[in-house]
Design a protein. Structure first.
Ligand SMILES: [Cu+2]
Length: 290
């Protein structure tokens, strides 16, 4: 009888494992392909926006991987619960075991979760290092969060020397520009493809947050503190983000729009932008800790 039960359990476990693997593959496939938008959310989206930078790809893989671990653990616990419900209810098991300790089991259920966490922490710290360690910048720009808009500054020594404000377009303006409502802005942050861009992020009044999902970038804009983040993408296009720190009444209405263009187009844009925007004395700010 006991032998049959163990075999039955094994069959159940194998079935569960196969089912879980199929589900995980299905989920990962759907999440990363079918429902993701590039640079903006898409209707019925389930997963992250399509990643276009190295750290965003890493971040997405990490997210999908951890999701699979979560799914497997949840299914395992569910399977244990189902086994307990059917095999150890009062009818099926009228005389319960009086066991209170099982050393092997206690070591296992301490050690295995700890090892799973260590396993997750290794890629997690690698990702953190990738995001925190700034590579040598080809271009440095400054993003300043205000209640409730962003302003961008291009330093003099990189052909810039100007800055401008970036406000959300009203619904009619967004429609006219054929861009999504609540994400479209009047003046986009224009940057070249294939270059390492370091963004210095600071807040003018309260704490804002400079976040662009497709770049895997999310950095607090704190008054009196200069934070830095970076990205590099080869994919030209328009990428939207939003202020991601509650900053007041119009927090939801200060989107970020980054247009990635070819280096040639960027050079041409710089010339035009210099004429268009009033000159300011923008220099890359040195960080005391560096
Ligand atoms: Cu804000």
């Amino acid at each position: 009888m006991a032998r049959r039960c163990v075999q039955g359990e094994e069959t159940i476990m194998i079935r569960w494992r196969n089912g879980a693997a199929a589900l995980a593959t299905l989920t990962a496939g759907f999440v990363s392909e079918a429902f993701a938008g590039t640079g903006q959310p898409s209707p019925w989206q389930l997963g992250m926006q399509t990643p276009v930078t190295e750290s965003a790809i890493f971040l997405n893989n990490m997210h999908d991987g951890v999701n699979i671990v979560i799914a497997l653990i949840s299914l395992f616990v569910l399977a244990l619960l189902i086994i307990v419900i059917f095999r150890f209810n009062e009818k099926a098991n009228p005389v319960p075991s009086k066991t209170t300790h099982h050393t092997g089991l206690e070591i296992a259920w301490t050690l295995i979760p700890a090892l799973i966490l260590v396993g997750i922490s290794i890629p997690s710290f690698r990702l953190l290092k990738m995001q925190i360690e700034l590579p040598k910048a080809d271009i440095t720009v400054k993003a300043v969060g205000h209640q409730w808009y962003w302003s961008y500054e291009y330093p003099q020594d990189q052909g810039g020397g100007f800055g401008y404000d970036s406000y959300m377009l009203d619904p009619e303006g967004a429609k006219k520009a054929n861009q999504p409502n609540l994400l479209a802005v009047d003046n986009e942050l224009v940057l070249p493809a294939g270059k390492t861009v370091v963004v210095q992020v600071v807040g003018q009044d309260v704490i804002h947050n400079f976040a662009i999902p497709s770049f895997g970038v999310r950095m607090d804009a704190v008054p009196g503190r200069l934070n830095q983040t970076w990205f590099k993408t080869d994919v030209e296009g328009l990428y939207y983000g939003q202020c991601s720190r509650l900053c007041g009444a119009n927090h939801a209405f200060m989107p970020i729009a980054v247009r990635i263009v070819s280096p040639e187009k960027y050079a041409a844009w710089l010339v035009d932008a210099k004429k268009k925007y009033a000159e300011i004395d923008a220099k890359p700010v040195q960080v005391a800790a560096e």
